[in-house]
Design a protein around this ligand. Structure first.
Ligand code: NAD
Length: 262
């Protein structure tokens, strides 16, 4: 019996990177999982089936687009219908776009606010009634070091992540007496496709080479000079789901190699 046996988790943006690590960590602890996100159908099916065979739990896929409120509510409903409840919700889907503000495409601003901030509101709104009914719940939002500090050329991302930190505190207070906790995790740089994809634009925006972006921009922010791993972030989420973490709520937990200590 794993520590999460009998629990069911929804992880948004879990076809890749940190989200996939959360889903696999919960499944390893015995939870059934709803995975979500984009990618090729073959790759997604491979990851879904691998979760089931590696951990002997049930894993289903929701194709919900995190820019679409009705699809987000449908994803929570799918989890409740398939498994009987959604006990753990991780709002993790996110995208990045790097540009000076005067050139920042308006549709990119809207898309980042929708995926990185509003989708968490819609998912929490849909999941809280079921958690209240069961008298137990864990809501974890992937924020970022950019929920605490800013970097130039990331206006939408930094705004959305500061918003996630505020949403986390508000929800924590609203559900505090229902044995539901709500926290956010704020990683520094984790080597995932999201980080890799922003390197060309950062090279352009700052006039740097790829190596300079990795060493002088990304790792420069982290005193340890190492990337955080997706598995380390997932291990923290797993702890937040434990009974030992029942009194941790409304917090913003940094896992950033010391970045925000400076
Ligand atoms: P990633 O690109 O590997 O994964 C992002 C996931 O979100 C993918 O599964 C993708 O398909 C999904 N997604 C994107 N748009 C979506 C949409 N409209 N609907 C549904 N799913 C969608 O990135 P990652 O680095 O694993 O990022 C995960 C989260 O961690 C994000 O919220 C990101 O802001 C945050 N984060 C990442 C880092 C880092 O350094 N990688 C640092 C701090 C915070």
């Amino acid at each position: 019996m794993g520590s999460l046996s009998g629990k069911n988790a929804v992880v948004t943006g879990s076809t890749s990177g940190i989200g996939l690590a959360y889903a696999r960590a919960f499944a390893a602890a015995g939870a059934n999982v709803v995975i979500n996100g984009f990618g090729s159908p073959e790759d997604i099916e491979k990851e879904r089936a691998k979760i089931e065979s590696d951990f002997k739990v049930k894993a289903i896929y929701s194709p919900a687009d995190m820019t679409k409120p009705a699809e987000i509510a449908g994803m929570i409903a799918l989890g409740e219908k398939t498994f009987g409840s959604v006990d753990i919700l991780v709002n993790n889907a996110g995208i990045q776009f790097v540009s000076p503000i005067e050139e920042f495409p308006i549709e990119k601003w809207d898309q980042i606010i929708a995926i990185n901030l509003s989708s968490a509101f819609h998912a929490i709104r849909a999941a809280v009634p079921g958690m209240k009914k069961k008298g137990w719940g864990r809501i974890i939002n992937t924020a970022s070091a950019h929920s605490l500090v800013a970097s130039p050329f990331k206006s939408a991302y930094v705004s959305a992540k500061h918003g996630i930190a505020g949403l986390t505190k508000t929800v924590a207070l609203e559900v505090a007496t229902h044995k539901i906790t709500c926290n956010c995790i704020s990683p520094g740089y984790v080597w995932t496709p999201l980080v890799e994809k922003q390197i060309p634009d950062t090279m352009k925006a700052r006039g740097l080479t790829r190596e300079q972006v990795i060493n002088d921009v990304l790792l420069d922010a982290q005193p340890t000079k190492e990337f955080v791993t997706s598995e380390q972030v997932a291990a923290l989420a797993l702890f937040l789901c434990s009974d030992d973490a029942a009194q941790i709520t409304g917090t913003n937990l940094s896992i950033d190699g010391g970045w925000t200590a400076e």
